[in-house]
Design a protein around this ligand. Structure first.
Ligand code: SF4
Ligand code: SF4
Length: 379
């Protein structure tokens, strides 16, 4: 079986990211092993929403800067781009708040607006969605360097290398596809197919886990200092290896199941740099809602009707910005008559949790059935 190389580098401060990123890539075989002179390389961070990098929702700008420098040193032409959550309209504000605008200006690198540049449709063999739109920025470049954030995700449990590629779908199409892939299994299939479509273009994936997000991510969780930069040419094996280090049973990941990645494959991984056990990864908290996945299917069949978790809006926190309504693929959120707070129509809701992901104020909570309250404890 071929060996997959992964590098694990300790870095306790984004001020030291340049050295740490360099070392992570050097241990995989140097930047020139991945990139040739004159190539156009798209650097793809996670820019989910307009939040300061200290919130651990977006890839830190110093990680992006370090990779820009490496790409330039290899004689290639870098550009940076990502499409934020579908409901986000003000791209300029996103770029400023996440500090991408500053970094790209200082490094004299193009920052691409996926929403303004065109896209093309492809059939990616997904059973739920006939054709998927991808940004031309991702299609026209020679290679992609994938820079995800290490985070949890309410629908998928985990958001790292493969989940980060969903940002190659521009704007509101992401919301549209969620309508047909609202369940964990269907979204896992879609993400798997997107990954397979771009797999050969990804030169390497480097995960920003200096500050990570645990709990109810990808935006409403808690920041955790994990001091980690992890990189590999193989995005899927890197995700699997990290999940395993976080004590998550990888057989519960629909994406990894689709890709036939098992614990046996992890035995072939060659890790260089620091020992994985020297990082603060133990007892990492996963989204409470995903504990439903751990229930035996037989019990779900019997008690499924009484075992549910739904999105619920806390009006004490909500500021009525209605971003959740724009992010809802089912059109289930409306301003309620009278007080104008958003209201979720339970009949229409498909439990995709996009509203939870996009709410900038952590006002979307998880409401549990009586039975779910017994079995699912908050972290
Ligand atoms: S729940 Fe969140 S996203 Fe929705 S209106 Fe309230 S604050 Fe805005
Ligand atoms: S209300 Fe929230 S969980 Fe329900 S369909 Fe809309 S976005 Fe998804």
């Amino acid at each position: 079986m071929p060996v997959t190389k992964i590098s694990f580098i300790k870095c306790d401060d984004y001020g030291k990211a340049d050295n740490a990123v360099r070392e992570a890539v050097r241990l995989l075989g140097c930047i020139s092993a991945f990139i040739s002179p004159s190539e156009k390389i798209l650097i793809k961070p996670n820019l989910l929403s307009p939040k300061d990098p200290s919130k651990a929702i977006t890839t830190h700008p110093e990680i992006v800067r370090a990779v820009i420098k490496l790409v330039k040193e290899a004689g290639a032409v870098p550009a940076v781009g990502d499409s934020p959550g579908g409901a986000i309209r003000n791209i300029k504000n996103l770029w400023e708040t996440t500090q991408m605008e500053r970094i790209c200006r200082e490094e004299n690198v193009e920052l691409i607006n996926f929403e303004a540049s065109s896209s093309k449709e492809f059939d990616i063999n997904d059973k739920n969605i006939k054709k998927v739109n991808f940004s031309n920025a991702a299609l026209d470049c020679d290679g992609i360097i994938n820079l995800p954030k290490l985070k949890t995700h309410a629908l998928m449990s985990f958001s790292a290398g493969i989940k980060n590629l969903y940002g190659l779908v521009p704007g509101l199409m992401k919301v549209e596809y969620h309508k047909y892939a609202s369940k964990n299994k269907d979204f896992a299939d879609l993400l798997t197919n997107i990954y397979l479509f771009f797999k050969d273009k990804i030169r390497f994936t480097l995960i920003d886990g200096i500050l990570s997000m645990e709990g109810n991510g990808p935006s409403a969780g808690e920041v955790r200092k994990t001091d980690l930069i992890a990189a590999s040419r193989d995005t899927a094996v890197l995700d699997a290896y990290l999940l395993n280090e976080l004590n998550y049973d990888i057989s519960n990941s629909g994406i990894l199941k689709n890709l036939k990645i098992t614990k046996d494959i992890l035995k072939t991984v060659e890790v260089s740099g620091e020992k994985p056990e020297s990082f603060n990864l133990k007892k990492f908290k996963f989204p409470s809602v995903r504990k439903l996945d751990l229930f035996p299917k037989s019990l779900i069949r019997i008690f499924g009707k009484f075992l549910w978790v739904k999105a619920d809006i806390n009006e004490k926190i909500c500021v009525k910005c209605m971003l959740c309504a724009r992010a809802c693929p089912a059109g289930a959120i409306r301003a309620a008559a009278g007080n104008q707070y958003p209201h979720i129509d339970a009949e229409k809701c498909i439990s995709c949790f996009c509203c939870h992901e996009m709410c900038p104020h952590k006002a979307v909570k998880f409401k549990k059935s009586m039975l779910a309250k017994i079995f699912i404890k908050e972290n």
